[in-house]
Design a protein around this ligand. Sequence first.
Ligand code: ADP
Ligand code: MG
Length: 261
Amino acid sequence: MTAPLLELRNLAGGYPPVAVFRNVNLTVAVTESVGLFGPNGQGKTTLLKTVAGTLDPWEGDVRVDGERLNAEGRMRSRTSRHLNYDLFRKRRIRARDVVRSGVIYVMQGNLLFPEMTVKEVIEIAPAASVGRSGIAAMRDMVDELFPRLGERWHSRIRYLSGGERQMVSIAVGLLALPRLLILDEPTLGLSPKLRVELSAAIAGIRTMGMALLIVDQNIEFLTGLIDRLYLFDHGTVDREIGSGRMPSRQEIMAMMFEARH
Ligand SMILES: Nc1ncnc2c1ncn2[C@@H]1O[C@H](COP(=O)(O)OP(=O)(O)O)[C@@H](O)[C@H]1O
Ligand SMILES: [Mg+2]
């Protein structure tokens, strides 16, 4: 059997000295689309930031294609000098290695560069990865997935709606040609109309063969886009809802309630 694209094994982390999540086990297979659903403030974003390499894991491993991404860190972190730093300095993940492995994290509520235009943001991103000759192809990809951005091409980011900004953030993530795209609350603050547009765009991304890991509070949006779902509560994965029939919103809410009581 081939290794999953992404595998979290017994992962724990947080903001020293506060532990936020623990004992997280989760996989995303190549081309699979996986959802993570749970109440606010429970540690989903903290978990994703750790996978992206912006926070150190305290325990456990992050593997891509079966290879451990965590490596021994060289620098001592000032924020954690009062802790038993050895516990997790061996587990440092470098954001650069995560990106190189093809895993791209699109942050929650990313503001991007407010004074730049959509065109500037979209054209700068691929210049670094594919060179100038690839820019036209990238622009076509963005146009096809997010027709609305074509209309806003010369607007500054600061004048876009939340939904349009979210689309630019996702487009920038896509321009790195990821194997796995991680989306954190993409529907946050979106109107129903924009949510439908975004859902269509994400469905389009799936057909391109990219794997997805999506965190969202809107369960209808989420279940329409995924193969498998993890329920996340109290800083850990409570339950996995496997492939087969995706339960309804009511059934999922009942499962969350059961797990809490
Ligand atoms: N930068 C930070 N420093 C310290 N604590 C934080 C920080 N960001 C979030 N937290 C805390 O970590 C917990 C989990 O937050 P978060 O991962 O954002 O949850 P979720 O994404 O599930 O809503 C919350 O209690 C939150 O207050
Ligand atoms: Mg969050």
